[in-house]
Ligand binder design. Structure first.
Ligand code: HEC
Ligand code: HEC
Ligand code: HEC
Ligand code: HEC
Ligand code: HEC
Length: 255
């Protein structure tokens, strides 16, 4: 009644449907994973943890007090216990007035045993991304704010950007909205107020404007009223010595 090949029809249909499903799952996975699953990633930290809201926000410590090599090393560093002990050794920061003794005991224990605190890594690129020179970005005038968000408001560090390839490339194609004078890169409150859209009450929304708000002479990158954009990009391109490139070729990041 039917030609012979139709016997295979159910199998073909099944294979087709399965293939289709896999493709859909693949696409959904690819598009949504970083955005919805990784953004917000916040592992539980040892002891009573570490609050950037207290240390960088309330106490106003500069990021480089602890992340001392962000300008010099291709990988950022996490401070050692000795940095904490500088303030949290017994009798330094007043336990009655400030930090509760039981909350900082894990620091003193680690110090006494000469152990390090095993902070859990939050931001981590896959191994096949072989080249991400952290320092070059900081030196170029990309603020911590652009990639890590407003850390000063985070009681617990978490990812605010997807760290996906699309994210890298989007900035490389048009970095100007993210460039600020190099001496302001760790001044997150200032950066936020400069490069973020303001709401009706004049408060930053956290949403980037296409163009940094420029006051003063936009050609003068050292003018604190001129947060960046084109002028800083030009200044970057004109810098002598190092080769300044914003790569989009595969080899630059993957070899
Ligand atoms: C008093 C020391 C100290 C200061 C100041 C400080 N940090 Fe940290 N930072 C730490 C410690 C300790 C960790 C590891 C624990 C954690 O992830 O919460 C950390 C973790 C981080 C991480 C996550 C690292 C990862 O695992 O991916 C980022 C991003 C970061 N800090 C950015 C900043 C920025 C930006 C500033 C300045 C606004 C800053 N930090 C100021 C001590 C500090
Ligand atoms: C410059 C001095 C200074 C350094 C360096 C410092 N802290 Fe603190 N820390 C403080 C002060 C002051 C407080 C109390 C602030 C407050 O509650 O207003 C505090 C609070 C804390 C608390 C909260 C305690 C509580 O009762 O909630 C923890 C936990 C802590 N620090 C861990 C760390 C760790 C871990 C490091 C090293 C990466 C570190 N601190 C480095 C000054 C410092
Ligand atoms: C261009 C984006 C970008 C900028 C700007 C940037 N970071 Fe990062 N940061 C990253 C990425 C991506 C990682 C993960 C790197 C990896 O896995 O190799 C990271 C990792 C870190 C880590 C974790 C290092 C570790 O070994 O656990 C710390 C701490 C950190 N950044 C702090 C800072 C501070 C402080 C600033 C500002 C001075 C800053 N970052 C500016 C993108 C950025
Ligand atoms: C918010 C903006 C921004 C983001 C996000 C960003 N970059 Fe960049 N990147 C820059 C700028 C600006 C430069 C140019 C630095 C210079 O010329 O000094 C640069 C340069 C580079 C370079 C070339 C360094 C050199 O030797 O000249 C590499 C490699 C690189 N980025 C990798 C990455 C990777 C991988 C990511 C994503 C994980 C990333 N970047 C995300 C702004 C960004
Ligand atoms: C500016 C740096 C940068 C450049 C240039 C770049 N990549 Fe990537 N690539 C990344 C990062 C970062 C990831 C990791 C994405 C993640 O973890 O979600 C990635 C992931 C990938 C993956 C894994 C699948 C995925 O998307 O998650 C492949 C395949 C890939 N890149 C191929 C390429 C090819 C081909 C090119 C050239 C057309 C290229 N990359 C250029 C940074 C870059």
């Amino acid at each position: 009644m039917f030609p012979k090949w139709t016997n295979r029809l159910p199998t073909m249909l099944l294979v087709g449907v399965l293939g289709g499903l896999l493709t859909v799952i693949g696409v959904v996975w690819y598009t949504f994973t970083p955005k919805f699953w990784r953004v917000g990633y916040m592992p539980t930290q040892p002891g009573s943890g570490f609050s950037h809201q207290i240390h960088a926000g309330k106490l106003g410590l500069d990021c480089r007090y602890c992340h001392s090599n962000v300008e010099t090393s291709a990988e950022a560093n996490i401070p050692t216990v000795s940095t904490c002990v500088g303030c949290h050794a017994e009798g330094h920061v007043n336990d009655q007035l400030f930090a509760k003794a039981e909350n900082v005991q894990f620091i003193r224990d680690a110090w006494a045993k000469d152990e390090s605190i095993e902070w859990r890594r939050v931001h981590k690129l896959p191994d096949y991304v072989r080249n991400f020179p952290h320092n070059i970005h900081v030196k170029a005038g990309v603020s911590c704010f652009s990639c890590h968000g407003n850390i000063m408001e985070q009681p617990v560090v978490h990812e605010v950007e997807p760290l996906s390839m699309g994210w890298c490339l989007e900035c490389h194609r048009d970095p100007s909205p993210h460039l600020v004078p190099q001496d302001q890169v760790t001044n997150l409150a200032w950066v936020r107020s400069q490069i973020s859209k303001l709401n009706d009450h004049g408060a930053p929304t956290g949403e980037f404007t296409g163009n940094p708000r420029a006051g003063g002479d936009p050609k003068d990158p050292t003018n604190p009223e001129t947060p960046g954009g084109e002028a800083l990009l030009r200044a970057l391109a004109e810098k002598e010595g190092d080769l300044h490139i914003l790569p989009t070729n595969c080899g630059a990041c993957h070899y």
